[in-house]
Design a protein around this ligand. Sequence first.
Ligand SMILES: Nc1nc2c(ncn2[C@@H]2O[C@H](COP(=O)(O)OP(=O)(O)OP(=O)(O)O)[C@@H](O)[C@H]2O)c(=O)[nH]1
Length: 509
Amino acid sequence: MTGIIISDDTQQLATPTLPDFLQSDLTQCASLPSLPTVAIRVLEVAGYPDATLNDYAHAIERDPALTLRLISLANSAFYARHHTETHSCLEATSRLGLDATLAAVMSFSLWRDRQADDQIQRIWGRSIVAALAARYLAEQLCPDQSNFVFTAALLQDIGMLALMAVYPRDAQELYTTMPLSHSQISDGEHTRFGCDHPSVGGWLAARWGVPASLAQAISDSHGEISTRDGIPRFCLRLSGLIADAWLSSTPSQLLAVLISKLEPVDIASSISLSELLNSVESQLPPLADLFDLTMPFAHDHEALVTQAQHLLFQQTLSLNARLDAQQQEIESLRQRQTELEERSRRDPLTGLANRAWLEEQLHLHFALCREEERTMSVVFIDLDHFKKLNDRFGHQTGDRVLERFGHVLGSLAREGDLAGRYGGEEFLIILPGETAKGAQRFAQRIAKRLAETPMEMIDGRELFVSVSIGIACLSDGGFSNGRELIDAADQSMYFIKRTGRGGISLYGH
Ligand SMILES: Nc1nc2c(ncn2[C@@H]2O[C@H](COP(=O)(O)OP(=O)(O)OP(=O)(O)O)[C@@H](O)[C@H]2O)c(=O)[nH]1
């Protein structure tokens, strides 16, 4: 038998704190759920480390109605499975165990003087379903804590009773929207009261003087489903969600959500949801009778769980389809972005790199070659007498010549080289790793190709163009940046222009 023992340790657990206004309203509320003297006396007994069952029984026997209820509970199918009938308070208490006795005393006491309106019926209905589910889970996962988990689950919603007493109208509005899940109710409570009912419940329980560990469990009862805060908390929190599903008009949908929440929790794979629901259903009627409750809905559990799994499967399929569609969209956006980036680097007439991309790449290669102590060269090309060509044959012919020249240049550049149009009829080729001699050979190949290849046919006559080429090599000039390298190649090119055009000049040679 496991009892709730108040030790110094448990007393040190944090008492839930509430907003000041709420604490003051709760404290001043005359109709706040309270415990009758007998329940207070039982709590006092629970506080003695060496309290005996006899002490409990004596405290309870002062209230004959309560005693009768406890005896009925002990004789109910839930507790009496393998026992003979109990007739005394002492026998009942020893059969129930201290935790269940305490929970029963408090629940009956709280329940007894309340009008059994629909709302309260639902709150207690949920608590009872949750308590049975919590007990089943705890028996599977942490058997030595099952009484504690049962008690905490049974009392997890007492904060709702307190809020109904203090703010009847607000609570009425909020709770008539039930069946909402309790996480939705908690959101509404936060908006209206600045905190939710589990915190209020924990505060109220602490005020009654229940063991601090129990008050803490009540205030933690609606947290996230994980085993991070321990298995008993996991059972407690899961029990509330099961009760939400049980009471819902669309149980399979809530169960589907629940199954997906349980998927990442390792320990959950050992729980059979349909067995759990069957167990709750078989134990519910006697317990509901004891509380004079209309029994919450009965369900076909096998069908319900299958339906929930089917629903989850469909949701997963449609989620996957949505993810696929999103993935495709992201892929096509990525492609489009790559295309746009590529286009923004190209000269539209020749298809070669544009000036901005040439300069960016030149600075990169310059820095890299210096760092790796490699050389590099740039080749600056200017078409000769291009103005005359335009004037004589027209701008369109000029464009076609530029386009074809760009094609020739592109075909002569090797992998790793970057050929581009620097502006107008000027072209630049970056040759990473290339010496001045190598760059010169490259320039000669261009000149040779131009001498052999007409750039245009005009009235059946071939039109050839010549170019002036300047070359600068990193090893030849003590250059400190890419800009200086281009300027040097440009100067060499102008030397050719000045000395008659159609030639190649190497900077510094
Ligand atoms: N068709 C065409 N012409 C262009 C383009 N860009 C620049 N030009 C022309 O190219 C000509 C360049 O003239 P200049 O700078 O005097 O050079 P040049 O006539 O080649 O003389 P030199 O370089 O001294 O041989 C100008 O008439 C520009 O209008 C273009 O995209 N298409």
